[in-house]
Design a protein around this ligand. Structure first.
Ligand SMILES: Cc1cc2nc3c(=O)[nH]c(=O)nc-3n(C[C@H](O)[C@H](O)[C@H](O)COP(=O)(O)OP(=O)(O)OC[C@H]3O[C@@H](n4cnc5c(N)ncnc54)[C@H](O)[C@@H]3O)c2cc1C
Length: 565
């Protein structure tokens, strides 16, 4: 018997306005995103026409994959029975300690890898530079399906490529770069980076894993790593050089040259709240054979420069991508759902909430791409910007995913109705890995305490501000306040106010970055973010307080322009 049998006679079972609702599935996420297109237009101003066209075509092609097949595969690989598993032994009882992913997860990785999102410069058919703009726009798009089992490995694989390119010996490059970046390689984002131990992740110098040098130049590692995401073909890891306080950086292949398992045991798969498409496990190093990456004495410096630096940028982009998708889902639903006889988007309070969230999202996206394009002469500003953006983007992302869930009401919390619950859980993970908020705000403060770094930050902000814009006065006032706080507060006061200081620095930089994409600094009259600059300015000037009709946030026509942009 078919159920429900009495559909025609039961009025509550008739189809209704969202019966066929599919959210954003099937859309081209690049073509949908006029803010991203404005950013791309701005930073590709110096490109020759052929390069620019090829890049935009490539981005648009990926936007279509992300909204289509990759969205479907991500969904399919995040179901019970489809998450990765650890296989400890082969059929004859030999230890293999291998992570096995579902076909959906493997195909999703393969499509993105073969499309070149981490390695386009290794594709023989790509005739142009693979610029940071292009690379990180792809990263941002990729994250619009959440972590998906792909983007944490993507971050670590890019870190691996960069560290090998910079520090690898010719033999290491030959063997491992071909594996992690080569065109047609079958290792699809199978690199990792293992630093955190049972005793803690924030303080790397507390590492207890020991590295002993052998006569053949290789190293033997003994210890344990407590959070190991995506254990695959090769990883970078930290260990204390025996009888010293030096923390070195080492390269570990999963399988040794002789084909045997490299001395380690995977203890278990962690039961994590989000980012479940890839596995995070605990690993005991039981005489792992490793190679030094660069000089062990420079281990921490190289770790920060090549590994953590890239991962932090990826988290900022991931947070921006995840919250963009969450916002898109909230907006889409608000256009469809009716309550009290009208579309819920017509409620002013919801309109304001959606506008506020989009303004915050645009502020973070503008800031991240401005940071990526910091001129060489001001690169020191990155010592503040990298931790600042990792902290602020990841926390704002969770605010946006959470609020987007609320827009969908009960449907917002249902796992197979939309991607929102998964996006929210992935966003929470982004807040912790590669540094918690308090640790990162400490790094922000440490940056500001260095005179040259503080100077570069304020100089950069000034250089990008349009002083004829309405934002200029607020940028000036807030910069003055920040300088005074930094100059006049004692160490304890600064420490207690780390988060306040970071939030203030973000507002200044975000407003300046938006002003740099607006009005006379906009790349074209069609691609001009003045609306977002003015809206974000009002948001921080009112501080979420009462907004009368004379203000941006009290004017529903302007709020509508933001959400429909
Ligand atoms: C899903 C997931 C995957 C991960 N994957 C990896 C991986 O692949 N490789 C890897 O190496 N690590 C990985 N991590 C670990 C992650 O990087 C650590 O959890 C993180 O660095 C924090 O370390 P901890 O958990 O030991 O916390 P702790 O360092 O013990 O911190 C605990 C608390 O103390 C606070 N705290 C610490 N230091 C300070 C300070 N100076 N000032 C103020 N407060 C402070 C922190 O903010 C936090 O609230 C992963 C984590 C997660 C959740």
């Amino acid at each position: 018997m078919q159920y429900p049998s009495n559909q025609s006679t039961n009025p509550a079972l008739a189809s209704f306005d969202i019966s066929d609702y599919k959210g954003n599935r099937g859309k081209n996420f690049y073509e949908e995103d006029r803010v991203l297109q404005t950013v791309v237009e701005k930073y590709s101003e110096g490109y020759d026409a052929a390069h620019k066209k090829a890049m935009i075509d490539h981005l648009s092609g990926y936007g279509s994959l992300v909204g289509g097949i990759l969205d479907e595969l991500t969904d399919a690989s995040h179901k019970e029975g489809k998450y990765g598993e650890i296989v400890k032994y082969d059929r004859t009882g030999n230890r293999i300690d291998q992570v096995v992913y579902s076909n959906e997860q493997k195909l999703s990785r393969k499509i993105s890898y073969d499309y070149g999102i981490v390695n386009l410069n290794y594709h023989s058919s790509w005739k142009h530079p693979f610029t940071d703009l292009h690379r990180y726009a792809l990263t941002y798009l990729s994250n619009q399906n959440g972590e998906g089992g792909v983007t944490c490995p993507l971050a670590m694989t890019e870190g691996m490529i960069k560290v090998l390119e910079a520090l690898g010996t010719p033999e290491q490059k030959d063997k491992f770069l071909t594996m992690v970046a080569g065109e047609g390689s079958s290792s699809h984002f199978m690199a990792g980076q293992y630093v955190t131990e049972r005793v803690g992740g924030s303080n790397v110098s507390a590492n207890r894993t020991i590295a002993r040098k052998r006569e053949n130049g290789k190293w033997i590692l003994t210890g344990e790593k407590w959070f190991c995401s995506n254990p695959g073909d090769v990883w970078v890891t930290t260990a204390r050089v025996e009888d010293s306080s030096t923390i070195g950086l080492f390269l570990v292949p999963r399988i040794k040259d002789d084909g045997t398992l490299n001395g380690h045991h995977i203890l278990r798969k962690k039961d994590i709240i989000g980012s479940r498409g890839k596995l995070t496990v605990e690993i005991v190093y039981d005489g792992v054979e490793a190679e030094a990456l660069g000089r062990p004495a420079h281990g921490i410096a190289n770790l920060i420069k090549y590994v953590i630096g890239i991962s932090r940028l990826h988290v900022s982009l991931a947070a921006s991508g995840i919250s963009r998708r969450a916002w898109m889902e909230a907006y889409e639903y608000a256009k469809f759902r009716t309550a009290y006889g009208s579309k819920i988007l017509e409620f002013s309070s919801l309109l304001k909430q959606l506008s506020d969230q989009r303004l915050k999202h645009t502020a973070m996206l503008a800031s991240v791409f401005r940071h990526i394009h910091t001129p060489d002469s001001l690169k020191l500003a990155g010592e503040v910007l990298a931790p600042l953006l990792k902290y602020k983007c990841s926390s704002t992302s969770t605010e946006i995913t959470y609020n987007s869930i609320l827009v969908l009401g009960g449907n917002g919390i249902v796992g197979d109705f939309s991607a929102l619950p998964r996006l929210h859980n992935d966003s929470i993970i982004n807040e912790t890995w590669e540094g918690t908020h308090l640790l990162l705000s400490e790094h922000v403060l440490r940056g500001f305490k260095r005179e040259k770094v503080a100077k570069a930050f304020f100089q950069y902000t000034e250089d990008i501000t349009d002083f004829e814009s309405p934002a200029a006065e607020t940028i000036r006032k807030k910069s003055k306040l920040l300088r005074e706080i930094l100059a006049n507060s004692d160490a304890e006061a600064l420490d207690l106010n780390r988060i306040y200081i970071s939030d203030l620095a973000f507002e200044i930089f975000a407003l300046a970055s938006l002003s740099d994409l607006s009005g006379k600094k906009a790349p074209s009259p069609q691609k001009d973010l003045s609306l977002f600059r003015d809206g974000y300015l009002d948001l921080i000037d009112t501080g979420g307080g009462f907004a009368d009709k004379s203000r941006f946030s009290g004017d529903s026509e302007r709020l509508k322009s933001v959400i429909h942009y």
